[in-house]
Design a protein around this ligand. Structure first.
Ligand code: MLT
Length: 204
């Protein structure tokens, strides 16, 4: 997969896996990653799917309606890419924390829904429930931050609450931060995510 890897100053810090929104690229979240942890290594990936020229991490049939078969296939593809990247760049495979926005948050959520040890934790900005009706793996010990907009037309509050409940039921430690905003990623949300990361990820 097309990506950027930047080795961080602190080899014990997690590797931040940056996953952009629809129409984005691997450049988009570099600054957000730096704000979350400026000592961490960064693995920023571009989605392999193109929707009218806009990169995405999996296909959709309509706004908010996902192509499940492609979602499962692309989730495995990203999972395998993480395995390969850990070997190639010589980092700890067990120490990856995803930072995803919108479509990128949805593929990160899908990694958590399908694989027990894909991620150590995740910061999900404006995610949806990636797939309904599946049994989640045991997610005990996983720390997950969800940033949501009270007026987000793409991820309405019920979606955020549903995702949070499913992750908690699977054993994850979930924090939801609500902003009085829509679907956009605000500075306040990233600052809140950075604060949460300091308390829940870097301390562990
Ligand atoms: C998705 O397709 O993943 C969500 O609708 C968010 C987005 O617009 O990318």
């Amino acid at each position: 997969m097309k990506h950027i890897f930047k080795e961080g100053k602190n080899k014990d810090a997690p590797v931040l896996l940056l996953l952009h929104g629809t129409g984005g690229t691997e450049e988009d979240l570099l600054e957000v990653g730096r704000m979350i942890d400026d000592e961490a290594s960064i693995l920023s990936v571009r989605g392999n799917v193109s929707e009218n020229g806009m990169p995405r991490f999996f296909r959709r049939l309509a706004e908010g309606v996902f192509d499940e078969e492609d979602l499962v296939f692309r989730t495995k593809e990203l999972h395998d890419f993480l395995d390969d990247s850990a070997e190639k760049y010589e980092f700890d495979r067990e120490n990856i924390v995803a930072v995803g926005y919108s479509n990128g948050a949805n593929i990160a959520g899908s990694l958590l829904f399908h694989y027990k040890n894909a991620l150590k934790g995740a910061l999900l900005h404006h995610p949806m429930v990636p797939r309904k009706g599946v049994v989640l793996p045991d997610l005990q010990g996983k720390a997950i931050f969800i940033g949501a907009g009270a007026n987000d037309p793409i991820c309405p509050p019920e979606e955020t609450e549903g995702l949070s409940r499913l992750l908690k039921e699977a054993g994850a430690d979930v924090k939801v931060q609500w902003e009085q905003s829509g679907h956009q990623l605000t500075l306040e949300e990233v600052q809140g995510a950075a604060e949460w990361y300091k308390n829940y990820i870097r301390k562990t």
